[in-house]
Design a protein around this ligand. Sequence first.
Ligand code: TPP
Length: 659
Amino acid sequence: MSLNYRAFEYPKEQLLDLYKAILKPRMIEEKMLILLRQGKISKWFSGIGQEAIAVGATMALESDDFILPMHRNLGVFTARNVPLNRLFAQFQGKMSGFTKGRDRSFHFGATDFHIVGMISHLGSQLGVADGIALGSKLKKEEKVTLAFSGDGGTSQGDFHEALNVAAVWDLPVIFLIENNGYGLSTPSSEQFRCKQFIDKGIGYGMEAHQVDGNNILEVHQKVQELAKSVRKNPRPILLECITFRMRGHEEASGTKYVPQSLIDEWEQKDPLVNFEGYVVDKKVVTEAGIEEIRATYTEEINEALDLAFSEEEIQADTEVELKDVYADFDFKEVSPQSSKREMRVIDAIVDALDLVMEKHDKLVLMGQDIAEYGGVFKATEGLIEKYGKHRVRNTPLCEAAIVGAALGLSINGHKAMMEMQFADFVTEGFNQIVNNLAKSHWRWGQNADVVVRMPTGAGVGAGPYHSQSNEAWFTHVPGLKVVYPSNAADAKGLLLTAFEDPNPVMFFEHKALYRSTKEAVAEGYYNLPFGKANLVMEGEDLSIITYGMAVHWAKELVQEMKLSADVVDLRTLVPLDWESIYASVKKCSRVLVLHEDTLFGGIGGEIAAGINEHCFEYLDAPVKRLASLDTAVPFNKNLENNFLPKQRLKEVIEELLSY
Ligand SMILES: Cc1ncc(C[n+]2csc(CCOP(=O)(O)OP(=O)(O)O)c2C)c(N)n1
């Protein structure tokens, strides 16, 4: 026995439980490797040799502490007693798995078991862990969240952001790093320069501990001790578990690049073989007893496999596939009161945020400088005084971890809003939005009750990184809703709807509209439906389909040119009000699709295609698009004016009308 178990005092029953718990994933894996060779399953990421970590850590926590496992952590699922037939059905893409056949392997969450699975992007789940932990902390639950990462995954920015946020916010998260020597084929020496991960703790202002990850008692005891302390005194902890990846990255990729001597050395430290030797030695169980346990597991595994294999293949149903992209939302209209107050767009947003914070005590606002400072555009001004710093949270300068945290809050029963300081900075949170927020409902039924507010747009002389219109990036991602009001009344009503909608909403607010217009807006709570455009001007000769700032350009010009034209303000881009678009086009027979976003790949192309497909016979001229130039947004005023479509609008309308 090369591992030191004697230093740990455990009663015999507990040793037996731990032995059984570490044996099961090993036996399942051995079976999986056979099935893989027989071509009965498609891919397998082996955790053989690392089971002491997943099993030891899971057994050390309460069953309702959240765990966020990785691809080698079968032991988390077995130790939480996830039914094997469902697990196997998941691996085979069957309906009784966890993702209706939509995602593979461990890429799922099961909140009944307090497990939130990874997405392929690895580090993304660390920010989610922050949000779950924040949720627990706000509810004063004395829970611990445990998030796994491989050593390779620590090279990602997500790792840094998540640890930093957890440290600043004193979140009760244990970040467990499985240091197994390789990230795919890349050895540690080419992955990071630090000698050991615990050395990073001080940089994050975080306690850090290191254990022998092959020794189940050491892992178990350490996690138990840390969890106990974290429950009482919420704070993040970095736990490094030293281990080794005994097989290839995944089974097909082999281990040619791993020196045999290393494999031989680590074979001596096999976490199951060694522990088995110890429990037999301690007379916790006899050899015959082990045979019995093995026989029971073999039967359980085979039965579960039979069940999964006998389950019929999923038949694709397009309607269901499309429906599950979004969580159901039963919109209940609340009409505006008659009493009104003059508001600018920014006032309407502050008002809506105030009302919704009052209405939903589980709503948390997050963003850079949004607390005492009130946000760079003052959209959250005054809210901290009313709702407190725990619900109106300044974030460190990081976008990915905060979007991830917003999802985590949602998983843990909260609502979340994140303010992007400028829509341009969404690039830093892009992965979390398009791969986590957008896909989690469709993948495993978990909605992301999150609103991302996006101060957007040009015309303010702010150059390429503070002026972009990037709404089209998000209209292309199934699972997101995209809202873009053009005025104060709509901004308030649509924002209040965004907070009722259980789906992730990208909410665009044009910066140049914040303070440039004023109108009478209803006081108190009301809402506006998504997917309902507003016909802001009515006419016969031309239909202008537009949204956001461009609504104002269109209205101005129609008045100036004394045209008889429809101006259709889309208000939401996803869902899109095709009915209103087609009705206007059919009436007017000439159509201009206008937006501030650049032309190529903009939403205008999509709208033009829809009109072509559905209104071709009604058209007296080709569908015309007008948008910004296909360049970045220039800083210089003259260049910016030239970039924006406004100054070309008159000429294009004249052309269209005389076609
Ligand atoms: C963002 C991203 N880049 C690359 C990959 C491909 N990939 C999957 S696992 C892996 C290695 C991960 O290494 P590590 O985090 O140490 O975990 P281990 O596999 O060793 O358990 C890589 C490169 C990925 N899934 N996601």
